[in-house]
Structure formats: C-alpha cells, structure tokens
Write a protein that binds this ligand. Structure first.
Ligand code: PMM
Length: 271
C-alpha cells in the first residue's frame, strides 16, 4: 500500500491552508479527520515554507505544534514533525512524534544529532536555496541528477552523524526551487531517486505547478493533485504527503492493486 501522509499545518500562512488550523483544537480535529480518512502518518508543522514566508522563532513554533502532537499521538496516530529547528524537533519527539521531516535535510548538524540520539525516522528533502529565494529563477543542468546527488550526499551525511540509514526517507522537494518543468521531470523520473535504496516521499498536493497547469486557485486543485499523486506512486513514490487524504486514499485503492501494491479484492466482493 502506498502510504498517505496527511498534512496538518498549524500556521497562519502555508501554501493552501494557512490560518485554517492555527487554533490547536481545530488542528487536532483536522488531524483526527485525516486519520479517519486513512492517513498512515500525520505531518504536523508550525512554520510555513511557502516562498517568501516569514520566519518563526522556536518558542512560537513549539507552542503551535506541541499541544497538537500530544493529542494526536495520544490517539495512537503516527506523527512526523515538519521542522528545520533542532530544539523544535527534540520537543516534538518528546511529545510523541516519531519522524522528523526536515525540508533542509539535516543541514544543521545539531538537527542530525537530535535525530541520531532519538533514533527517529527522518525525511531528507531537496531544496535549492531558501524558502525566501528558492523560486527566483531556479536553474539546473540536470534537475534529476542534481536532486539525486544532493539526496545521496545528505543520506551519507545523516548516516555518518549516526542516523540509522534504515530509518531515512528521501524527497525530491516538489516546488522547492523548481519550475513547472522541473517538477514534472522529477515526478516522471522518481525511479532514479528510488534507486538510492530508500523510500521516496512526494509532496505535490495543491502546489503552484498544478495551478500553473490547470489555471485553478489553490482550493480547486484536487483533480490535478490526484493526478500527481497517482503518477508519483506509479513512478516509485512510497509515501504521498497530501492535504486531501480521503480523495487520495480512494484513488490509491484503485491505483495500488494495479501497481501490485495491495491485496487483491476478496472474491465475491461487489463492484
Ligand atoms: N512541502 C511543504 C512542506 N513540507 N515536506 C516534505 N517532506 N515534502 C514536501 O513536499 C513539503 C514538505 C510545503 O507544502 P504545504 O505548504 O502545502 O504544506
């Protein structure tokens, strides 16, 4: 089964849901809804990585996410924390998170140390530049080769810092310093990322490249997001980071058995 990571952004300014779940109770209710809809992981974040987003201090980021992580972990949900700050990651792990999803791929050695010490899961994501600058004319000679080489290097660095290689997932960072064409090429070529030997995470849900292609605003990108999710699964993604969990899970119930990733439907089951 392709694993679905449901997004819980406890931020005022994320790509598509900024401000909707800034209140902890709203975020907790949203996380519970995503779990009920079939999310295998809930990715809780307190700082937007949207192009041009304002930076948030660690105390503010912690106070946004900790009550949400505590409540959802107490329900038994598997939680990843979307943060680049070691002190936030450490607090989130203590509150029940099991995975650190770091869009800066443990470039801060203190973050690598926190992850090694906690023996947690880690998502290493590729980003060109910083969230503030990443969409200023990103250029590559060979986008797939460069993203792959970066992830290979970060994988070695994380392992050298003591993170268990078996707990590392890699992510090409759709939308993080990429044009529309770069995003499409990366999704089409995920097999080259998957041959690093670690599960591949893809987050395409509602992103700008889908809007650029379909002309749809961020709240009307479901069709494009499902297309990206299913093609990513076909191309080798093991984990899909999405906003629309129910629709993605439904699409995967059809796509996964075609891909040989699910048990066949029981004999005699209805249409
Ligand atoms: N995208 C966003 C935030 N965190 N983490 C990973 N691993 N991969 C992504 O593609 C990713 C991420 C930004 O998207 P959002 O604002 O819609 O949450």
């Amino acid at each position: 089964m392709t694993l679905v990571m449901g997004i819980v952004n406890v931020t005022p300014d994320s790509f598509s849901d900024g401000g909707r779940y800034l209140d902890p109770d709203a975020a907790i209710a949203h996380g519970r809804e995503l779990s009920a809809a079939g999310a295998g992981i809930l990715d809780v974040g307190g700082e937007s990585t949207r192009p041009g987003a304002a930076a948030v201090g660690a105390p503010e980021e912690r106070s946004r996410i900790l009550p949400v992580i505590e409540a959802l972990a107490a329900d038994g949900a598997r939680i990843s924390v979307d943060t680049s700050k070691p002190e936030v990651a450490a607090a989130a792990l203590a509150a029940g998170a099991e995975i650190v999803n770091d869009v800066t791929a443990l470039r801060d050695p203190a973050m690598a140390a926190v992850c090694a010490e906690a023996r947690c899961g880690v998502v290493l994501m590729h980003m060109k530049g910083t969230p503030r600058t990443m969409q200023d004319d990103p250029t590559y000679a060979d986008v797939v080769g460069e993203v792959r080489a970066f992830l290979a290097e970060r994988l070695e660095a994380a392992a050298a810092a003591g993170v268990d290689r078996e707990r590392i997932w890699v992510d090409p960072g759709i939308g993080f310093g990429k044009t529309v064409a770069h995003n499409l090429e990366l999704i089409a070529s995920l097999d080259r990322i998957a041959d690093l030997g670690r599960p591949v995470v893809v987050g395409a849900s509602r992103k700008n490249f889908i809007g650029a292609i379909t002309g749809r605003p961020v709240d009307r990108r479901l069709g494009g997001s499902i297309a990206a999710a299913v093609v990513a699964a076909f191309a080798g993604a093991a984990v899909l980071r999405v906003h629309d969990v129910a629709a993605t899970v439904e699409a995967l119930r059809v796509a996964d058995p075609i891909l040989g990733r699910a048990e066949p439907v029981a004999a005699g089951a209805g249409p």
